[in-house]
Design a protein around this ligand. Structure first.
Ligand code: URA
Length: 240
């Protein structure tokens, strides 16, 4: 594979930063400096060093899943099926884990990866990564709720939520909404609606940072991220 891709995949930086490392002669392959990012290397045979440190290559995988209802977003569960049980054996062999949790009955966008650094950055409270949810609500969602969510509502444990953007798609005895939150407290969306006296009856995550759920994925289906999706996700985290 290309050396620039390999190094970006191993979290040595964005494509641009990797280019700089190469240009500055910090990357050696089998003892020789390598400056051209397009050069192909074999991570199983070639000895690659960056600033004198040997690069231990572990292939990272990045999968976008449309999580179905009834499945746990964990790697193991003694009773219920997990999202890992939905993967092909070859993909499961890379030991990916879900980035954050969706409730058992929540559907939608779930990123699965074995890249601990990216996962950590996406979940870090300091990064304020926005997550967009679509929900059906039992009860009439109003402008007052929009204002309350913008100011922050107090959850059942006394925690005051950060400002959140509520978009009302349909208002009535059964409402439909989109909500963008930048944190990930336990059952957060459901508890925010409970705080304003309403009940979430269906919840689906649509977006996480720059990543949008591919509408062609049926519940339970998944696919690798495209290069573009991965680059945008990595760049965004590094720039913040
Ligand atoms: N908020 C919830 O209440 N549940 C989820 O699964 C995700 C966000």
């Amino acid at each position: 594979m290309r050396i620039d891709k390999l190094l970006a995949n191993m979290n040595f930086g964005s494509r641009k930063e990797v280019k700089k490392l190469l240009k500055n002669g910090l990357v050696n392959v089998n003892g020789e400096p390598l400056k051209n990012g397009k050069t192909h290397v074999d991570p199983d045979k070639d000895v690659i060093t960056v600033a004198g440190e040997v690069v231990e290559y572990v292939k990272h995988i990045y999968l976008m899943m449309n999580k179905p209802d009834g499945v746990i977003s964990a790697t193991e569960d003694h009773v219920h099926k997990t999202v890992i049980d939905l993967l092909d054996v070859e993909d499961a062999g890379f030991e990916p884990f879900p980035v954050g949790r969706l409730d058992k009955d929540t559907e939608g966008l779930l990123l699965l990866t074995n890249d601990g650094q990216l996962s950590h950055e996406l979940l870090s409270p300091k990064k304020h990564v926005p997550k967009m949810y679509y929900a059906k609500i039992d009860g009439e969602v109003t402008q007052d709720d929009q204002i309350a969510f913008r100011k922050g509502v107090t959850l059942d444990d006394g925690y005051k939520t950060k400002p959140a953007d509520l978009n009302i798609l349909k208002s009535g005895t059964q409402s439909e909404i989109e909500l963008v939150i930048t944190e990930g407290k336990f059952h957060q969306v459901k508890r925010m609606f409970e705080a304003v006296g309403k009940k979430v009856t269906y919840l689906k995550r649509m977006e996480m940072g720059s990543l949008k759920l591919d509408p062609s994925l049926a519940p339970g289906e998944y696919r690798p991220l495209t290069e573009d999706e991965l680059e945008r996700l990595q760049d965004r985290q590094q720039n913040e």
